[in-house]
Design a protein around this ligand. Structure first.
Ligand code: GLU
Length: 479
């Protein structure tokens, strides 16, 4: 396949349809489009494909733009920023599609089709009965000029179809998958212009990608079977054919296409849960590409430098939230206390907590935080009163032992305060009395935090302060 794009400035695009919440798959795709463009000092474009009016959702475009902004994937041109190839919203380009589709008709690469729904249903029924692939039978391709003119004059509803040649191999070299050959036997005479005057995706995408000088089309694998139609349109116009790269779709654990039922597909959900954009991007990079040095923590800048199509995942990567949580934790731990605090405040339900107290709590908790929204749960025992899990405690030692231990600990704290020395004395006390160290400290942890896991015990006690620690411990004596 001849390709003249080699000398052109690299231009890639993401072309979401505003049909719902901004999808994680869109972000996934865009990291490749973005990285490849930036690696080649090219442009990355955001175009809104809103020609399917039945699926249009108000506000969806704004949400997509905001989601990209949050993720730090900033396009060079978009509906909101504009650019040399404006407009970037397909519904504002209808006159352009009309003009080009008319040109295809005059080149005999496309034709008017006036067939009624009933006729189409009938031929489909017959084809299914005869076990042949349902396809339009090209009836209208052979209409005489005067028939066409009359129908148009009578305002008979019509669509425009692509005249797909019979039994021809369409060949293209996918940058990820290698050579792909699809025979036109399996390709219907694609509708390019619908009765409502809107182009279909197939017409609009090719016309826009050409006019916007897109050199590399990096998109989801679900478009592979459409690519031959697109190539036919490029050829019909005599336009250069861009490079294609089809990414594997994200999968659920059961290998089905990532969906709401199994995973959260909205980018907004990840933002609301408190995933850091850098961590989410890192995770998506990892899903779709393997770093030559096997590194798992990788920034967008590094990805831009190291990206190559040859390392893009070919099998459907499985979305694994546990891995994302781990990566998010790594990024949270890298934050300065000041930045962590800034990010945490919107999630914090304890609004009137003293700033210095919050600092001490965050210092201890940062290590354990996997996503920002967990903060209230993780720190509640520092701020709210707790229920002491007596059942758990008495499952470790007898009531009498617990009382004895607690009394001693209070004495130690009274005498030495909360510090390394007192911790050492507690430890010695446990050893001298043959208490298992782990169990011994576990009852203290349970008594002062109400839970089995917490930040390091001494630090936790220190931040809670003598008063609160002793008050919580004493509840076990007075029962
Ligand atoms: N509007 C299409 C979509 O929503 C774009 C497909 C493409 O990238 O060609 O996925």
């Amino acid at each position: 396949m001849k390709n003249n794009n080699i000398q052109k400035k690299v231009r890639t695009r993401i072309a979401p349809s505003p049909t719902g919440d901004p999808h994680i798959g869109t972000l996934y795709q865009s990291i490749f489009d973005y990285a490849f463009a930036k690696q080649n000092n090219g442009d990355f474009i955001l175009r809104i494909e809103d020609t399917d009016r039945d699926r249009f959702v108000k506000g969806a475009e704004e949400n997509i733009i905001n989601a990209f902004k949050w993720a730090g994937i900033v396009p060079d041109e978009s509906p909101s920023q504009g650019g040399k190839y404006s407009p970037y919203r397909q519904s504002e380009r209808l006159y352009i599609y009309k003009k080009y589709i008319n040109e295809l008709i005059s080149r005999k690469s496309a034709y008017y089709c006036f067939c009624s729904k009933e006729r189409l249903a009938k031929i489909r029924e017959i084809q299914i009965k005869n076990k042949v692939q349902p396809k339009y039978d090209k009836y209208c391709l052979n209409l005489k000029k005067d028939e066409i003119d009359k129908n148009l004059e009578d305002n008979k509803p019509y669509v425009v179809r692509l005249n797909v040649p019979n039994d021809t191999d369409i060949i293209f070299d996918d940058l990820i998958r290698g050579r792909i050959i699809i025979n036109t036997k399996s390709i219907d005479d694609q509708i390019l212009l619908k009765t409502d005057g809107y182009p279909t995706y197939h017409a609009a995408v090719v016309i826009d990608d050409h006019l916007m000088e897109i050199t590399h089309i990096i998109r989801g694998e679900e478009w592979i079977s459409s690519t031959p139609k697109h190539i036919l349109i490029y050829k019909a116009f005599g336009w250069d054919i861009p490079y294609f790269a089809h990414l594997s779709l994200l999968r659920n654990r059961d290998k089905s296409k990532v969906s709401k039922r199994h995973n959260n597909t909205s980018i907004d959900w990840y933002r609301e849960e408190g995933y850091l954009p850098e961590a989410l991007i890192n995770y998506l990079i990892l899903l779709g590409w393997s770093s030559p040095d096997g590194k798992e923590i990788i920034s967008m800048d590094e990805f831009v430098r190291k990206f190559s199509f040859s390392r893009v995942t070919k099998g459907g990567p499985i979305f694994d939230i546990d891995k994302l949580n781990w990566i998010n934790g790594v990024y949270i731990r890298q934050l300065s206390l000041l930045n962590l605090k800034k990010l945490i405040i919107p999630y914090l339900k304890y609004k009137d907590i003293k700033s210095s107290y919050l600092d001490s709590i965050l210092k201890l908790t940062q290590e354990r935080l996997k996503k920002l929204s967990e903060i209230n749960d993780l720190i509640s025992f520092f701020i709210e009163d707790i229920d002491i899990p007596k059942d758990l405690i008495y499952g470790i030692f007898s009531i009498n032992d617990v009382k004895k231990i607690i009394k001693n600990i209070i004495l130690i704290i009274d005498k030495y305060g909360i510090n390394e020395e007192s911790e050492q004395i507690m430890r010695e006390y446990a050893l001298n009395n043959n208490y298992k160290i782990g169990d011994f400290f576990m009852i203290i942890r349970l008594a002062i935090t109400g839970r089995k896991a917490s930040p390091p015990l001494l630090d936790t006690m220190y931040v809670l302060g003598d008063k609160k620690v002793k008050e919580r411990l004493s509840r076990l004596i007075n029962t």
